[in-house]
Design a protein around this ligand. Structure first.
Ligand code: F6P
Length: 326
């Protein structure tokens, strides 16, 4: 029998579509299990600033379909200090909050791990980031929506690229990971995909440009992950443009459009499952873990593992790109 009574909930780091669906699931999961639930605004900074309010079932009405996060998000420098965390803990204690659910990425879980150890507080994390770069889950909340946003944008760029027989370098987000670039590249039929996990091979790229683009003269799309060691789409476009002045080269950086929008059905369902699972994990006495989805099942991964291990890109998808871009 759990002694848990009150749970605090926050979203932190870069927002991701589906965070609201996860908030809804945590709030309703708590109420279903007779727990009080407190929303903390602006992530860890709101915990320090005492920006905390109790939530009810109707606090989360009509949000499953919306992007962003109703709790707002922030990256708090103050929470990195012991004084900041002490202030945060005192604000939780005075309200009787005895556990936390945090939604975010690796920065969020790093903070949670330190805080949980320092104040002996049970904390469960829900992976929410468009980057999909967390070990311990096949998919993070927001990734699927961002993927579809990128594909829709690339399809549109393809129209104009074809009309002008141009070579486009399109940069997508992902921080230092290439999940978004790789999968959206396959889905949009990109001729080449540059990801940080694989060293950019100029010879191969040149070969493709000479044999593919030059010959067909229709259009070509090269997807560049922002974290690629090459330094992003602008740099590589400059280099290729200099080497091939005969090509009509353009660059598009998709930017924060990838973070917004109504979440896909897939993200809404994942968020709903993970939100309720996080509450149930706390009730089962779990702490310092992230809930994730592996082979369609909910699994628990200790923060220490989720933070230490690097999730690998699927080698079959990498190989697929080589085959399909001939
Ligand atoms: O982690 C999500 C993400 O969108 C990354 O893909 C990107 O590198 C970063 O956040 C951008 O952060 P900000 O919104 O603070 O510029």
């Amino acid at each position: 029998m759990s002694t848990l009574k009150s749970v605090g909930l926050l979203t932190s780091g870069g927002d991701a579509p589906g965070m609201n669906a996860a908030i809804r699931a945590v709030v309703r999961g708590c109420i279903y299990h007779n727990l009080r639930i407190f929303g903390i605004r602006r992530g860890y900074q709101g915990m320090i600033d005492d920006d905390i309010e109790e939530m009810q079932s109707n606090s989360v009405s009509n949000i499953i379909q919306t992007g962003g996060t109703i709790l707002k998000s922030a990256r708090s420098m103050e929470f990195k200090t012991a004084e900041g965390r002490k202030k945060a803990f005192e604000n939780l204690r005075k309200r009787g909050i005895d556990a936390l659910v945090v939604i975010g990425g690796d920065g969020t879980f790093t903070g949670a791990r330190i805080f949980g150890e320092e104040y002996d507080m049970p904390i469960v994390g829900i992976p929410g980031t468009i980057d999909n770069d967390l070990y311990g889950t096949d998919y993070t909340i927001g990734y699927d929506t961002a993927l579809n946003t990128v594909v829709e944008a690339v399809d549109k760029i393809r129209d104009t690229a074809t009309a002008h027989s141009r070579l486009f370098f399109i940069e997508v987000m992902g921080r230092d990971a290439g999940f978004l670039a790789l999968r959206s590249g396959i889905a949009s039929g990109a001729e080449a995909i540059l990801v940080p996990e694989v060293k950019t091979d100029y010879t191969q790229l040149n070969h493709f440009l000479e044999n593919g683009f030059k010959k067909s003269k229709t259009s070509s799309i090269v997807l560049v992950a922002e974290g690629d060691e090459i330094g992003g789409a602008i740099k590589i476009a400059e280099k290729v443009g200099k080497a091939h002045p005969e090509y009509d080269v353009r660059v598009t950086i998709l930017g924060h459009i990838q973070r917004g929008g109504s979440p896909s059905a897939f993200d809404r369902v994942s968020a709903s499952r993970l939100g309720v699972s996080a509450v149930e994990a706390l009730l089962a006495g779990k702490r310092s873990i992230m809930v994730g989805l592996s082979n369609k099942e909910v699994i628990h991964t200790p923060f220490s593992q989720a933070l230490k291990n690097k999730k690998a890109l699927n080698p079959q998808l990498l190989e697929l790109t080589n085959i399909l871009s001939i």
